[in-house]
Design a protein around this ligand. Structure first.
Ligand code: AMP
Ligand code: MN
Ligand code: MN
Ligand code: MN
Length: 278
């Protein structure tokens, strides 16, 4: 069975490795096919593709688009996209636009609870200033000694109801699926187990996603616990969705799953890559 990993991040968004270093790591880990899926950004794709080609490693271009649905942030992954498609590029530029102002608001909230200097502090961790995000703030808070790890930071800061959470309006579900499909890609709902939706809400999200032409859902992801693998495998079958597998790797020190280091998709599911020429 192929070792496929269709979800990870480079320094172009909030990962800690460069696109070329990710390609080398995927290769070393025995991955057969991977996608780089930076948040709202395509600038790492060329480097990832070239490094993969040098290694004889199969690669498809990807992206993870931030959207707002029913007042909550949801992530839609696009795989097999043409990263030069103008609709996708312009769409993502508009999604990135609000991040700096949001970062200033996050920093103001942190200053109000006695943590000054967070904007510049987080920016130091963002190689791509247009992609300043909560992960960079979390790394700054670790550096400042506020918490020991990024995941501990996300228990007390930067999430709804805690200091440093700034509600933000991202793209719409309809826009994300349209941009991905215009660019020839396949849209996939990322880590469904991470949202605080009940079954009815998640069902409604999936139905709307499918009616727009969305096709897949992540079943095996570094964000799911083993019991969620079964839960979302059943849901994929029930809803007629293709199934995806991706580590959501952000870096060696921070991520639960390394590149390609995940269980295979449960039997009976149709993989997102089932009809790709591999
Ligand atoms: P943003 O797009 O700026 O809102 O940042 C979202 C990113 O924060 C996600 O892609 C994750 O990398 C990170 N993140 C969110 N929640 C957590 C968490 N509980 N633990 C670790 N990282 C998280
Ligand atoms: Mn991230
Ligand atoms: Mn995500
Ligand atoms: Mn991700």
């Amino acid at each position: 069975m192929l070792n496929v990993d269709l979800h990870c991040h480079s320094t172009v968004s909030d990962g800690t490795l460069s696109p070329a270093a990710l390609a080398a790591r995927a290769h070393a880990n025995g991955v057969d096919l991977w996608a780089l899926t930076d948040h709202d950004e395509l600038d790492g794709i060329a480097e990832a593709r070239e490094a993969s080609s040098d290694l004889g490693l199969r690669f498809v271009a990807g992206v993870e688009i931030s959207i707002t649905w029913a007042g909550k942030t949801v992530h839609i992954v696009g795989v097999g996209i043409d990263e030069n498609h103008p609709d996708l590029r312009e769409g993502l530029a508009s999604v990135r636009g609000g991040r700096e102002a949001r970062g200033r608001d996050i920093a103001a909230q942190l200053a109000a609870v006695g943590i000054p200097g967070a904007f510049d502090g987080a920016m130091k961790f963002a190689e791509n200033p247009e992609l300043l995000g909560r992960t960079h703030f979390a790394r700054f808070l670790v550096e400042a000694g506020v918490r020991k790890t990024v995941s501990e930071v996300f228990q007390s800061y930067l999430i709804e109801g805690k200091p440093g959470f700034v509600p933000h309006r991202w793209a719409t579900l309809e826009q994300s699926v349209r941009w991905i499909r215009s660019a020839g890609g396949r849209a996939v709902i990322a880590h469904p187990g991470r949202y605080s939706f009940d079954d009815m809400q998640l069902g409604a999200l999936i139905d709307q996603f499918s009616s727009l032409g969305g096709e897949g859902i992540e079943v095996i992801t570094g964000s799911h616990s083993p019991h969620q693998y079964d839960e979302y495998a059943s849901l994929a079958l029930k809803k007629g969705l293709l199934a995806s597998r991706g580590s959501d790797f952000h870096g060696p020190a921070e991520s639960r799953a390394d590149l390609g280091d995940l269980p295979h998709l449960p039997a009976g599911l149709t993989p997102v890559w089932h009809d790709w020429a591999l």
